[in-house]
Ligand binder design. Structure first.
Ligand SMILES: Nc1ncnc2c1ncn2[C@@H]1O[C@H](COP(=O)(O)OP(=O)(O)O)[C@@H](O)[C@H]1O
Ligand SMILES: [Mg+2]
Length: 323
């Protein structure tokens, strides 16, 4: 495993935000900077090193953007036989160039296990007595972190506030026709099955994930955004899952849960105490992300030779400039 000190040279030049003129109309998400090129029908997704948790932007983590972006490209390559992807190119370790699509106004959440703690999570709703969850009938007597008989899809609407929705609602709102939704579900299940299969070979459980899909200029359903990254998915360690489940212990997780746990262990409270993120912690987190990359992909993470990530990206995006 990479030691935190290996990342020392990257501390001073982490990618907090980008400002590339000539790359298109910029939009900043929580983690990525997005440049939209309307005339070329392209969208450039740049993963920055920003670290958010509990809806707070805390700091930057060295090479985290590269980890996220390369994990997504790893997965895009492993699902492209299932359906078309938006990927045009990966011109830089932090960058995906995608085809601009007419996006579905719902996010397609696929869940293999009854878990989660947000208001749209399966466990939150089940514990509150919900048995018809986005059109899926759930049996009584299930417990937290239990596997569903087979994966379920629990869509949410896109926008400021994610709201749960069922297939009937999707059709009623005109987000998709019945036939379109059928194809979307089939593809989402196939992607998830592939994801679970590949994860399993790596000793991991792909617990749940979120897909975004859209239609290209020919009306072909295409998977966009990112696939199976720790920002869009939950992973558990397979080996310890059964014994922990047996005694009602939380599974060992491999998503960005380690940062949330660290914050909590330092006394973080909503609206209250905020621990200081020292450089030592940033280095430790960077090494954790790289460990995550290597576990999921089974491949060595390539530490870049140059430390100025922003400048490297600028060079690599030269041929994508439009002005
Ligand atoms: N190929 C694509 N065509 C059009 N929109 C896309 C495509 N891929 C991703 N998007 C959109 O780009 C945006 C990426 O923003 P993101 O970094 O996820 O920030 P946030 O989710 O915090 O708004 C999302 O709105 C996503 O739906
Ligand atoms: Mg997003």
């Amino acid at each position: 495993m990479i030691t935190p000190s290996t990342l020392q040279p990257f501390l001073a030049s982490t990618l907090k935000s980008t400002d590339y003129s000539g790359l298109g109309k910029k939009y900043s998400g929580k983690v990525r900077d997005v440049y939209i090129q309307e005339t070329n029908k392209r969208r450039i997704l740049i993963a920055t090193d920003r670290q958010s948790a509990f809806d707070i932007l805390w700091c930057t983590i060295p090479l985290k953007g590269q980890v996220l972006s390369e994990l997504s490209s790893f997965w895009f390559r492993r699902i492209e036989d299932i359906m078309p992807t938006h990927v045009i190119a990966f011109p830089d370790p932090n960058v995906t160039v995608g085809k601009e699509l007419k996006m579905l106004q719902v996010e397609i959440v696929v869940r293999g296990y009854l878990t989660g703690s947000s208001k749209t999570a399966a466990w939150t709703n089940y514990a509150a007595g919900v048995r018809n969850f986005c059109g899926n009938t759930l049996p009584d007597g299930m417990v937290k972190n239990q596997s569903f008989a087979s994966p379920i899809i629990t869509p949410t609407t896109k926008g400021e506030d994610d709201e749960l929705i069922d297939p009937a609602g999707i059709v009623a709102h005109g987000y998709a026709t019945k036939d379109q939704w059928k194809e979307i579900e089939e593809k989402a299940f196939a992607l998830f099955e592939r994801g679970q299969h590949v994860a399993r070979e790596r000793g991991l459980i792909l617990v749940d994930t979120k897909y975004e899909m859209g239609y290209d200029e020919h009306g072909i359903l295409t998977v966009a955004d990112e696939v199976h990254t720790p920002d869009s998915s939950r992973y558990w360690i397979a080996e310890s899952y059964p014994s922990r489940f047996e005694v009602h212990e939380e599974p060992e997780s491999l998503d960005k849960e380690f940062f949330r746990l660290w914050l909590r262990s330092q006394g973080f409270e909503y609206g209250g105490f905020r621990p200081t993120i020292t450089d030592e912690v940033r280095l430790m987190l960077g090494a954790k992300y790289i460990d995550l990359y290597e576990r999921v992909t089974g491949e060595r993470f390539k530490i870049p030779t140059e430390t100025n990530v922003a400048e490297r990206i600028r060079k690599n995006l030269q041929s994508y400039m439009i002005e």
